[in-house]
Write a protein that binds this ligand. Structure first.
Ligand code: ATP
Ligand code: MG
Length: 402
């Protein structure tokens, strides 16, 4: 095979997963979930067959393997991806392909000085005449002559020329794309994510999905106090986030009644806290309906004046649902950096009013007391409000590729 006869596009993707290996007992479940998530992620690009082989996955798409490799960089649970080519399991076929891939990898790094490389052979086909380390040396000796600007380095090489030898054929690759890490979405169950149009909650959503939670999104919209553009902004944000899980739904729940009832029942300073307590009640109820055991928010500590330990305690006390705040340890700069990487920042940065800015107090309390919250709320018919909000909520299917 001459260099030119190796197709430019890879045929399949070799997928490595990191953390899954640690979860010995659940490994089967986790792998199955990852396989399902990979197939769902690739479905809008090409149908893909996925084979599990010795702690790795072979993803064979019917077409467009390069686009598929790129898409796999967004599937949680994946540590890295190598676009690969398949040839017969014999040196005469492996060597010219390996040589071509190495030349391409070198071209990509042109001008970077001498590039370090090693050959890494894995071998399921034990009938192959040479041992793995012998094959590695043999291959290096056959592919390197005549190439300049490259040297062998076994520790942390820049290029690993990988050869995976099996009875049915060998897979050869020289590129390694970073995966997002984390755990496959859905392996840790479900959560309701409270999403606003702000910078923080989309980032919190990303982090929760990264830890294996499948999210159902809930946003509150205070129509007519807040207009359609605010709602559209949240829908667009959720569309961006939808690429990280197989199916995505957004509930848009009306909130104006809550705004009015709270305004009439409590002093100004307590409004924000009572809005939040209401949000949490509605989220908890939706969670019961959707078998979601956790509520995720973009709250942090001290980011806005109202996010004090006392206030977060008062909000949390409204229900006994488990509230996750993935951003709790983040500086704003860290959140912004991640928002940029995810692709939500520019949209979040557009100013729109929010349901919490309705009847906004000039001086929100900094140390809310649970007892006072409960006193103000004593006259509120929560059951009725929660039900009304959920019953009239709009449900949107925003799954990726739809
Ligand atoms: P964000 O950037 O997500 O708006 P923030 O730091 O501005 O967060 P707040 O506006 O005080 O903080 O909101 C705290 C959290 O409450 C949000 O991260 C989000 O989880 C939830 N939240 C706020 N407004 C809404 C809304 N309209 N619908 C759903 N959840 C909301
Ligand atoms: Mg906000």
């Amino acid at each position: 095979m001459s260099s030119s006869s190796v197709s430019a596009a890879p045929e399949l993707c070799l997928v490595r997963y990191g953390e899954l290996a640690l979860k010995k007992k659940n490994r089967g479940d986790f792998e199955r979930k990852l396989v399902g998530n990979i197939q769902a992620a690739l479905a809008p690009i090409a149908p893909a067959a996925v084979e599990r082989v010795r702690g790795r996955l072979l993803v064979v798409p019917a077409a467009r393997a390069t686009a598929c490799a790129k898409r796999l960089q967004e599937v949680f649970g994946i540590a890295s991806i190598s676009p690969a080519w398949k040839v017969k399991s014999e040196l005469e076929s492996i060597v010219p392909l390996a040589r071509t891939l190495l030349e391409r990898a070198l071209e990509e790094r042109a001008g970077a000085g001498s590039v370090s490389m090693r050959v890494r052979v894995t071998r399921a086909d034990k009938r192959f005449p040479l041992r793995s380390f012998e094959l590695e040396r043999e291959l290096a000796e056959r592919v390197l002559p005549g190439l300049s600007g490259i040297h062998v380095e076994l520790e942390q090489p820049q290029i690993t020329l990988g050869v995976d030898i099996r009875e049915s054929g060998s897979y050869v690759y020289a590129q390694r794309l970073e995966g997002p890490g984390g755990l496959p979405v859905g392996t840790l169950g479900r959560g309701v994510c409270l999403i606003s149009g702000g910078i923080d909650s989309p980032v919190a959503a990303y982090m929760a999905m990264k830890r294996g939670l499948e999210l159902v999104y809930l946003t509150f919209h205070s129509y007519p106090y807040v207009g359609e553009p605010a709602k559209k902004k949240v829908i667009d944000l959720v569309r961006i986030l939808s690429r990280f899980q197989p199916r995505t739904r957004l509930f848009v729940a009306p909130f104006a009644r809550v705004n009015e009832v709270v305004r009439d029942a409590a002093p100004e300073g307590y409004r924000t806290i009572l809005y939040r307590r209401a949000m949490q009640r509605i989220a908890a109820r939706l969670g019961q309906r959707e078998q979601a055991g956790a509520v995720i928010t973009g709250e942090s500590l001290g980011q806005v004046a109202s996010q004090t330990v006392e206030n977060l305690t008062a909000i949390q006390a409204a229900t006994n649902v488990f509230v996750m705040r993935p951003l709790i340890g983040f500086d704003k700069e860290e959140t912004v950096r991640l928002a940029r990487r995810i692709g939500t920042f520019d949209l979040s940065a557009v100013q729109e009013p929010d349901c919490c800015t309705v009847f906004l107090p000039a001086h929100p309390v900094l140390r809310a007391s649970i007892q006072r919250c409960e006193e103000y709320e004593a006259r509120i018919d929560w059951e009725g409000l929660v039900q009304e909000s959920l019953e009239t909520a709009e449900q949107l299917n925003l799954s990726w590729g739809t």
